[in-house]
Design a protein. Structure first.
Length: 134
């Protein structure tokens, strides 16, 4: 099931919300629900729809996923690889002690992703310039 659910994703915020809502139903296992939310958090360049959905559904989502994943929710929703995504993550989970360790790890991962993206973008620009174009 995870493979099928993870193969189907959309960018339209309304469809994203509908898909995320579906992940909370009894038709989807808890681990698959976590995988689905992680997918959207990671593949959307702007993961605002995931955090908008979480604002209304975080308790239902936490209740749906297995116990061993509950404290890892910040790491599950890390994604977007941008300063804005990192800020959304930090603001959403800031001050929630049960997520402190996971939030710290998620922020480190997001920062590393942003740094890698910036580094590789520079490398690509230099490569293109060395070839006479952009």
């Amino acid at each position: 099931r995870s493979a099928i659910l993870n193969a189907i994703y959309f960018a339209d915020p309304e469809i994203v919300a509908t898909h995320l809502d579906f992940l909370l139903t009894d038709d989807v296992q808890g681990t698959d629900a976590a995988s689905g939310v992680r997918l959207y958090a990671g593949v959307l360049e702007d993961n605002t729809p995931v955090f908008e959905w979480l604002e209304d559904n975080v308790d239902a989502f936490i209740g749906r996923i297995p116990d061993y994943l509950r404290s890892l929710v910040p790491q599950i929703v890390t994604g977007g690889c941008s300063d804005a995504s990192l800020e959304r993550l930090s603001v959403f989970f800031r001050g929630q002690e049960q997520f402190a360790t996971s939030l710290e790890k998620a922020e480190l991962a997001a920062t590393a992703c942003i740094d890698r993206r910036r580094s590789h973008a520079s490398d690509l620009e230099r490569f293109l310039e060395s070839r006479g174009g952009t």
